[in-house]
Design a protein around this ligand. Structure first.
Ligand SMILES: Nc1ncnc2c1ncn2[C@@H]1O[C@H](COP(=O)(O)OP(=O)(O)OP(=O)(O)O)[C@@H](O)[C@H]1O
Length: 688
């Protein structure tokens, strides 16, 4: 097989690239390039699994080799390796040894049969490293699927998330292959593979629906650039490129075509996540502006605006030459299918054409003067028909004086303190992240949707931090409600603006059967760490449920009480100890950004130059030894986590602190250390 792959690569390598204008040649060249990429993937790891499957009615089993990409023999086109996304490969993931009813869905219908062998193989750089038979028919010797999974989970990780094609679990396989046109909402405990599974699902959809889905019409929403950098290897490893990856504010700015000053996370969050601080206004504002009732207020405001769109007077050029307002209204009605701003431009054009006609009907020597008069009239008429953009319209809704009639729904129904706070900010040309869904909604009503921002499939990761209004906006830009929405309520540290229950999103898809799935098994951390983190969950009001560990045992979680001024000394000695072992990535997780900065500078002053301080504006995650505030660790993982100030006053007995503590602890793969100077946080000790 290796020789065949290498021959094919050689052959393709000899064909010169095509740079001409012929579309057919371009398509053939693109296909060749894709084949080359696939063969390069196959060259280092041709397959990871073998499944001997005997289809009912056949004489014996077929040996099926399953790899990251399909490979066929050049000459005969005979399939040597089956792509992991092919229908039959589904058996490799769903079969765990005990099932009696063995079947898969093929385009031709249900195929039933029997499995004789399921074998996991590790090949690295074309060298066979490990073979585990997880099932051999009629034998008691099979290692079981978990043995291989545990082996892979024990692998060292670097600073990037990796593909899991060889060990996708049955419950993850269901999600990856789920129907395209049903919004899929996934609640998964920390480390259950949500992010990884979402990326594999995109690769699957592109394969399965290759005739009508394309990568550039798919998009992934993630919380920040650093997270996007962290996940950036998975899709290329799966041979997929070209999927858009963004954050909601970035996406909004692209649509607006301009940048607003978004008063958001960097400043506010580090304050918000400082101990004891509660932002009363923000707490309400985030929830209220994200709710569908706010969307209804905007809709109502907009329809009032539409009702009084056309200036109240007839359009009069001079005596005996006018167009009735009613007629202009009729024009407006005829163009109703266009968004407001476009309609305005169209009517303006029509008025111009009418003016031209009227001027031409005048005596030649009067035309110039008449034209001037008419232009002035048109200018005045259009001025009385205000031309808003999303920002100026939104701003009208929060005005204190000269309030437009259409602002009434908002002025009447929103709490005064939110109106006041929003007005002040908008006057400074500043918005918050929570204003963006409403502004986008207005923008689309004014100018319509841009095809460039309409998608065949949308993935939202860390979706518990999105609001129903966010989902509604994205829904209006997504064909056939094709969504994969993933998150964990227990990690909802931004719940002041996000959701507490997935039902809030299910309600957005009312009328369309959304599918809700829970992932309970956690693959990231050792048994000991998961059990420890589960204790924190027991202190939370809104959780996504307890995590079930995969039985991968490691060291016990270490709780260490520090003496006064002992922190730096202890931290450096723990890290030194770790460096002598297999541990590569270490995170010192602090409670606030300020704390982390202080610790970082103290360490640098002592000559510790390997440590990296991670801040909110960072766009890259480089691995190694990081000092990071707990709220920024979300989505990431580290071989070892040292929670550096897990005292009772830093992590108090409330939902927000419990979520922060939970997020911090569940980032650890192999080791978790809990350092505290005062009494340890009650979150890891007592139950509600
Ligand atoms: N089936 C699997 N086989 C091997 N490793 C897996 C599997 N599923 C998940 N993992 C590993 O578990 C870890 C957690 O995965 P991932 O980050 O996708 O989970 P998550 O649910 O998004 O986590 P969180 O919500 O805590 O950020 C990763 O290291 C991933 O490679």
């Amino acid at each position: 097989m290796a020789a065949e792959i290498s021959d094919q690569l050689d052959r393709l390598g000899k064909i010169p690239r095509y740079f001409g204008d012929d579309i057919t040649e371009q398509a053939i060249d693109d296909r060749r390039e894709q084949m080359k990429k696939n063969l390069q993937i196959a060259e280092s790891e041709p397959y990871f699994g073998r499944l001997d499957f005997q289809e009912d009615g056949k004489k014996g089993p077929d040996e099926l080799y399953i790899g990251k990409v399909g490979v066929s023999k050049d000459a005969s086109n005979e399939l040597m390796v089956i792509d992991w996304r092919a229908p039959v490969a589904s058996l490799f993931y769903s079969f765990n040894g005990g099932e009696e009813d063995i079947h898969y869905d093929s385009p031709e219908g249900l195929v039933e049969g029997d499995i004789h062998l399921k074998r996991n193989v590790v090949i690295r750089k074309a060298k066979l490293q490990r073979v585990v038979d997880s099932y051999v028919k009629g034998s008691d010797e099979s290692g079981g699927t978990d043995e291989f999974l545990l082996y892979r989970l024990g692998d060292k990780k670097d600073n990037r998330l990796r593909d899991i094609v060889s060990t996708i679990q049955a419950e993850q396989n269901h999600i990856i292959r789920a129907e395209k046109n049903k919004p899929l909402i996934i609640q998964g405990v920390a480390g259950s593979g949500k992010t990884t599974v979402a990326l594999h699902r995109l690769a699957f959809l592109l394969y399965h629906y290759r005739d009508y889905m394309s990568a550039n019409q798919m998009v992934i929403f993630a919380p920040n650039r650093m997270f996007l950098d962290y996940i950036s290897n998975v899709l290329p490893e799966l041979g997929v490129g070209g999927i858009q990856q963004t954050t909601f504010p970035e996406w909004a700015h692209e649509i607006f075509g301009r940048k607003f000053r978004v008063r958001d996370d960097t400043a506010d969050l580090s304050e918000y996540f400082s101990t004891h601080l509660q932002f009363k206004n923000r707490t309400n504002a985030g929830k209220i502006k994200g709710a569908l009732t706010f969307k209804s207020m905007i809709d109502e405001a907009f329809s009032l605006y539409e009702q009084n769109l056309i200036p109240a007077e007839d359009f009069v050029l001079w005596d005996g030459c006018k167009i009735d307002r009613k007629r202009i209204e009729q024009w407006n009605e005829e163009q109703r299918h266009f968004p407001t701003k476009i309609r305005r431009t169209k009517i303006q054009k029509r008025l111009k054409a009418w003016i031209k006609e009227q001027v031409e009907n005048q005596l030649p020597h009067e035309r110039k003067e008449r034209k001037k008069t008419a232009d002035n009239k048109l200018r005045a008429f259009m001025k009385a028909w205000p031309d808003y953009d999303a920002f100026s319209f939104y701003k009208e809704l929060f005005k204190k004086s000269h309030v437009q009639a259409f602002a009434q729904p908002v002025q009447h129904d929103l709490p005064e303190e939110i109106i006041e706070e929003t007005r002040k900010r908008l006057n400074k040309k500043e918005v918050t992240a929570e204003d963006l869904p409403a502004m986008l909604w207005i923008h689309q009503k004014l100018v319509g949707k841009d095809k460039q921002f309409t998608y065949q499939h949308v993935v939202i990761d860390e979706a518990q931090d999105f609001s129903p209004f966010h989902i509604e906006v994205l829904k209006s830009n997504t064909m056939e409600d094709s969504f994969t929405i993933l998150g964990d309520i227990s990690q909802g540290i931004h719940s002041y603006k996000g959701i507490d229950r997935w039902q809030e999103f299910i309600d957005v898809f009312e009328g369309k059967n959304s599918q809700y799935v829970e992932l309970k098994r956690s693959y990231r951390s050792t048994y000991e760490i998961i059990e420890y983190a589960n204790r924190i969950l027991e202190n939370m009001k809104h959780t996504g449920g307890l995590a079930k560990p995969v039985f991968r045992s490691g060291e016990p979680v270490k709780e260490i009480q520090l003496g006064p001024d002992e922190r730096i000394e202890k931290v450096t000695s723990i890290v030194k100890q770790m460096k002598d072992t297999e541990i590569d990535s270490i995170a010192l997780v602090g409670r606030t950004a300020k704390d982390c900065e202080k610790l970082y500078h103290s360490l640098v002053a002592l000559g510790e130059d390997e440590w990296k301080l991670i801040t909110a504006d960072q766009s890259e995650y480089k691995g190694g030894i990081s000092i990071i505030p707990v709220y920024l660790t979300k989505g990431l993982e580290f071989d070892a986590v040292i929670m550096i100030d897990a005292d009772r006053h830093n992590y108090q007995h409330n939902d927000r602190d419990a979520k922060l503590m939970y997020v911090g602890c569940t980032r650890a793969l192999h080791q978790l250390w809990i350092l505290h100077e005062e009494e340890i946080t009650p979150l890891v000790g007592i139950k509600n």
